[in-house]
Design a protein around this ligand. Structure first.
Ligand code: CP
Length: 317
């Protein structure tokens, strides 16, 4: 593997999951791969899970790790070419990328959608520039439109917990006070559509995701109907994608919060969320603390998804 930004980069999902379970059972077996190799993790946005799990995965593989928080202690970076740099941004990405690349072998990038310019976000301008100008393998630690390390961990978790070959997986929008990107739901939909699961998306009208991510998923505007018989409930908030409301919060209706009564409509479903989660907005305390909540093992699998991706990149260096 050279770069990892979408589900298409991982190849057949059954092989990827099999490899993930092997890595999970023996996570220190590949330390030779990372010997004297350096991972540079670049964060344009905050993180808890991605930062820790990816660093742990790299350490499991014997790598050295450098972490850069671009907005804390580094020069502010200009990302647009042609801009007269007379503002607060002291360095251009076009110099910064090759300089950073000279200190490492693999680069991970986290750069969220700005939610102001849909074209800019959906062109993935930041991570695309890293791929183009670094000369290094680059993987996404959540970009503007996708969060593939999260989706891969979600898939591993579903495979571990499913009790039937073709589970019903329902991704439900849930309320949040702030405008969030579509990266996690886009990516989850992309990965679920690559399986043969019964995959349903439910959200209020106005929250339709980009058609290329919805794919063949069934979209159901009635949340209760969507949840009937579900084996997995994947809750997530996202802001509007459709124009003219791109990046806006259209609703904070807590009738969409996942609570015990909603979970009772399911087939004793497992509850999932990528975290961080706003309790009693997205999900009630009762549900997230219930024995059917698998948010902690889901987060733990972030180490495994990152390790499979890094392992595959190291094998092809
Ligand atoms: N799920 C996830 O990516 O968490 P962080 O934002 O804390 O990295």
């Amino acid at each position: 593997m050279r770069h990892f930004t979408t589900v298409n980069d991982i190849g057949p999902l059954d092989s990827a999951v099999r490899e993930a379970l092997e890595v999970k059972a023996n996570r220190f077996a590949y330390q030779h791969l990372g010997h004297n190799k350096t991972l540079l993790m670049i964060f344009f946005n905050s993180s808890l899970r991605t930062r820790l799990s990816t660093q742990k995965a790299a350490m499991n593989l014997g790598m050295n790790v450098i972490v850069l928080d671009v907005n804390q202690g580094a020069w502010k970076l200009e990302t647009e070419r042609g801009v007269i740099m007379d503002g607060d941004k002291a360095e251009h990405l076009l110099e910064a990328i090759p300089v950073m690349a000279s200190y490492c072998d693999i680069i991970g990038v986290r750069s969220f959608a700005g939610l102001k310019d849909k074209a800019e976000d959906y062109e993935e301008r930041v991570i695309s520039q890293f791929i183009k100008y670094s000369g290094r393998p680059v993987f996404s630690m959540e970009a503007a439109t996708r969060h593939p390390l999260q989706s891969f961990a979600d898939l591993i978790t579903i495979e571990e917990y499913k009790t039937k070959p073709r589970p019903k997986v329902v991704m439900t929008w849930a309320p949040h006070p702030r405008a969030l990107p579509q990266a996690v739901p886009n990516s989850f939909a992309e990965w679920m559509n690559a399986t043969d699961y019964d995959f349903v998306i439910t959200h209020p009208e106005g929250y339709e995701l980009a058609p290329e991510f919805v794919g063949n998923a069934r979209v159901e505007y009635d949340q209760r109907k969507a949840l009937e018989g579900a084996d997995f409930v994947y809750a997530k908030n996202w802001s509007a994608y459709a124009d003219p409301n791109y990046g806006k919060v259209l609703s904070t209706d807590r009738a969409w919060t996942v609570d015990t009564e909603k979970m009772a409509l399911t087939d004793n479903a497992f509850f999932m969320h990528c975290l961080p989660v706003r309790r009693n907005m997205i999900v009630t305390d009762d549900v997230i603390e219930s024995p059917r909540s698998i948010v902690i093992p889901e987060a733990a699998n972030r180490e495994i998804s990152a390790q499979v991706v890094l392992k595959r990149i190291l094998e092809d260096l």
